[in-house]
Design a protein around this ligand. Structure first.
Ligand SMILES: Nc1ncnc2c1ncn2[C@@H]1O[C@H](COP(=O)(O)OP(=O)(O)OP(=O)(O)O)[C@@H](O)[C@H]1O
Length: 235
């Protein structure tokens, strides 16, 4: 089932065209990685895909329903998360538990299943041992991993992550990818993820979309990204 459809998108920051003529479909049950050099407009493409940025030309359509006919839930963790100040009162566990609410009534009592999902999410990002710490006491990278765990706990139909493995060591990266793969293969969910870890991605992703910069005098811009899809299976 097609969940997101992007057609012939062009996007400009001021006079600079950073994406042009990009078309991309995202289907249910896919693990997609998005890669390319710094500044190739990967983060911008994610934001357009989520309709957080409006393209100058082209269209983006997001399905209202998931494959089971229920309301589509999208989880997004940007590259730079909002900062929590040192006095932020919640513990890691409380913040990640709050991710369970999109799947039911707000502030309902958590079920055993919720607790299991929260634990798996925290283990998956290597932060289970930090569960009783206050959010304000964590490093920047740890805060980002907690935000990822919170989004994982919401069991989104589409999980959109911008460079989530930055700062993770080898073991944590591996278990994180395995957790994402589990979401895709065992639950039929969809992952769209920006990453520079192409070797890791190659092991787990179904396809990679590579954005590359090109000069284009016609548009009088510094960069113009073109979208080449690399299917691992075709290697
Ligand atoms: N708010 C903005 N205003 C103006 N230009 C921007 C803005 N955000 C990004 N850009 C420019 O758009 C281009 C693409 O940026 P983007 O952050 O999407 O790239 P990226 O591929 O995600 O980069 P990286 O790998 O370094 O995270 C860059 O040249 C950047 O300088």
């Amino acid at each position: 089932m097609k969940l997101i459809s992007m057609e012939n998108v062009q996007f400009n920051y001021g006079n600079e065209t950073v994406l042009d003529n990009i078309s991309l479909d995202v289907f249910s049950g896919e693990f997609i990685t998005l890669s390319g050099p710094n500044g190739a407009a990967k983060s911008t493409l994610l934001k357009i895909l989520l309709k957080l940025l409006k393209p100058k030309k082209g269209t983006v359509q997001i399905s209202k329903q998931n494959k089971d006919g229920k309301k589509l839930v999208i989880g997004y963790v940007p590259q730079q998360i909002a900062s929590f100040n040192a006095g932020f009162p919640s513990t890691v566990l409380e913040l990640v538990q709050s991710g369970c609410y999109p799947r039911g009534k707000w502030f309902r009592p958590l079920t055993k299943r919720d607790h299991d999902i929260v634990k798996q999410s925290l283990l998956g990002v290597g932060m289970w041992d930090f569960r009783h710490k206050k959010i304000g006491e964590l490093s920047g990278g740890q805060k980002q991993r907690i935000c990822i765990a919170r989004v994982l706990a919401s069991e989104p139909d589409i999980l959109v992550l911008d460079e989530p493995t930055t700062g993770m060591d080898f073991e944590n990266r591996k278990s994180f990818y395995q957790l994402l793969k589990h979401h895709v293969t065992d639950h039929g969910r969809t992952v769209v993820m920006v990453t520079h870890d192409l070797e890791d991605a190659k092991q787990f992703a179904d396809r990679n979309i590579y954005l590359e910069q090109k000069e284009n005098t016609q548009w009088r811009c510094f960069t113009l990204a073109s979208c080449n899809e690399h299917y691992w299976a075709a290697d």
